[in-house]
Design a protein around this ligand. Structure first.
Ligand code: FAD
Ligand code: NAI
Length: 476
């Protein structure tokens, strides 16, 4: 029977990164994963993120942005293009190529770091002294491996809607939404969260009429509401996404199309028929088949594996990271927890500040933030000052033809320490890193105001927002 220092269950961005760091630290490491490729005929490492999440969605967002730009933005640059056609199947093929390249990259990294990659469903079997026994089930062929430390990184799965089952033909989850080879004339989306907005944007840009039905009365409730309101205006007024807030979804029937009955916020009964329906109402932790009962691994009332701030479970030497534990379901949060756990196993003392996890929504304009929102600061009774600056007069944004959006810096009135940075605008997914660095280093808004920002760059908007927090904006 093979014995390891560390066994990781799950090879998503949490698990595969944890395995690499454990191997780097000198541990004999194995990583078990049950993921298969799109064709279903070969293992595919990388989890949700690489196969059916972050990466494929960004590939489609990019393709759809190009299609939109060639139709709507090129003319003002003096570029005339003839007969423009869109081939959805080709877009999906390109996306699949990127997925294959990256999932193959994880396989290569495992080989390079001498990590044993075991294919199959991993489950707890019991204990042999200090060692945990894990069964690996590869289509009925079962083997048992043992390790002193186990890191559970089994991720999450889409939250089902009780009214209708996902068939990924007409009623789609993220997998189906990323694999449409024809543009649906009418697309319905349930949930105006991150997936709803990103996938809705993709299919809207390539020609679908998109209606998003959202249960919550507030749009993007977790985001700073000034930014959320600006985003809502862009998406509905400028881009033509229909977003209906505060709805109650009733009966859903799938046949030729998908018919959704719902009640509006004003209590009006409505029925809409869509060619395809995407259900994106959040994700739930995945502990399917893990057999936590065999060793008494505890879950909380929502099904997440219970962990403390250091990702320790109720069992000695069993750790859990990523989407299967509390906290935001984000790839970078999963990876950072993976690194930290491997280092804790090695006796190091890493620290993750969960207040400094950046959030990004890859719409156009993009939305990004780190730290506290104004709403949170008010609720906590923190006295804060704010500085805002727009992209409208930023030279680089104008040159790019993307001069829309705002950056807001929130800082403590007493100490000037930056408490939150909120952005909507071009490529703010990249700009938010300066906000993260500021929070990590406890920077003041004056620090950012005094740092030289290259000209002409989009980062000058953040510079101006920091100056504005001290009421000395130069261009505002
Ligand atoms: P996963 O990536 O879910 O990996 C878990 C792995 O464990 C899978 O490979 C699964 O097959 C395997 N597994 C599960 N159970 C077992 C078992 N018993 N035995 C063996 N293997 C098992 N996050 C971002 O930060 N940025 C984004 O832009 C972004 N975009 C997204 C877009 C979409 C459409 C979706 C759905 C998600 C997106 N996310 C994004 C979220 C991100 O994908 C997740 O937060 C991240 O993948 C979580 O990583 P993980 O390692 O915890 O789990
Ligand atoms: P989400 O939590 O972002 O949004 C779900 C939305 O559905 C919420 O607005 C919620 O109010 C709504 N909702 C819930 N039940 C409903 C119902 N019965 N009827 C109508 N609306 C309902 O979840 P989403 O979009 O499914 O994405 C899952 C997770 O994946 C995200 O939370 C995020 O962690 C991750 N993700 C991250 C991305 C990024 O970082 N750019 C991109 C895509 C996903």
């Amino acid at each position: 029977m093979s014995q390891y220092d560390v066994i990781v269950i799950g090879a998503g961005p949490g698990g595969y990164v944890a395995a690499i760091r454990a191997a780097q630290l000198g541990f004999k490491t194995a990583c078990i994963d049950a993921g298969v490729n799109k064709a279903g005929d070969a293992p595919a490492l990388g989890g949700t993120c690489l196969n059916v999440g972050c990466i494929p969605s960004k590939a489609l967002l990019q393709s759809s942005e190009h299609f939109h730009a060639v139709q709507h933005d090129f003319a003002e640059h003096g570029i005339t293009v003839g007969d423009i056609k869109f081939d959805a199947a080709k877009m999906i093929e390109r996306k699949d190529g990127i997925v294959n390249k990256l999932t193959g990259g994880v396989k290569f990294l495992f080989q390079k770091n001498k990590i044993d990659s075991l294919f199959g469903l991993g489950s707890f079997k019991g204990k042999n002294g200090d060692l945990y026994q894990i069964e690996v089930d590869n289509k009925g062929e079962k083997t048992v491996v043992e390790a002193k430390h186990v890191i559970v990184a089994t991720g999450s799965v889409p939250r089902p809607l009780p009214q209708i089952a996902i068939d990924n033909v007409n009623v789609l989850d993220n997998e189906g939404a990323l694999n449409l080879t024809e543009v649906p004339a009418k697309l319905g989306v349930i949930g105006s969260g991150v997936i709803g907005l990103e996938m809705g944007s993709v299919w809207k840009r390539v020609g679908s009429e998109v209606t998003i039905l959202e249960a919550a009365p507030t749009f993007l409730a977790a985001a700073d509401q000034q930014i959320a309101k600006e985003a809502f205006k862009f998406f509905t007024k400028e881009q033509g996404l229909e977003i209906e807030l505060g709805v109650k979804i009733g009966e859903i029937k799938a046949g030729q199309g998908v018919t959704v009955q719902y009640e509006t916020a004003k209590g009006e009964a409505k029925t809409e028929t869509f060619d395809k329906l995407i259900v994106a109402i959040g994700r739930i932790p995945n502990t399917n088949g893990l057999n936590v009962e065999a060793v008494g691994l505890e879950k909380d009332e929502r099904g997440f594996i219970k962990v403390d701030g250091d990702c320790k479970t109720n069992l000695p030497n069993v750790w859990a990271i990523g989407d299967v534990v509390r906290g935001p379901m984000l790839a970078h949060k999963a990876s950072d927890e993976g690194v930290a756990v491997a280092e804790r196993i090695a006796g190091q003392k890493p620290h993750i500040d969960f207040n400094n996890v950046p959030f990004v929504i890859y719409t156009d304009p993009e939305i990004a933030w780190v730290g506290k929102t104004e709403e949170q600061l008010k609720a906590e009774g923190v006295e804060y000052k704010k500085g805002t600056s727009g992209f409208g007069a930023n030279g680089r944004a104008l040159a790019m033809g993307k001069a829309k959006g705002t950056i807001k810096v929130l800082a403590c009135v007493k100490t000037d320490r930056i408490l939150g940075v909120h952005m909507i605008g071009p490529v703010v997914s990249e700009l938010v890193s300066e906000g993260v660095t500021s929070l990590e280093f406890s920077a003041s808004s004056e620090d950012i105001a005094r740092i030289i920002h290259a000209h002409p760059t989009l980062s000058e908007v953040l510079h101006e927002a920091a100056l504005a927090a001290d009421k000395r904006a130069l261009h505002g």
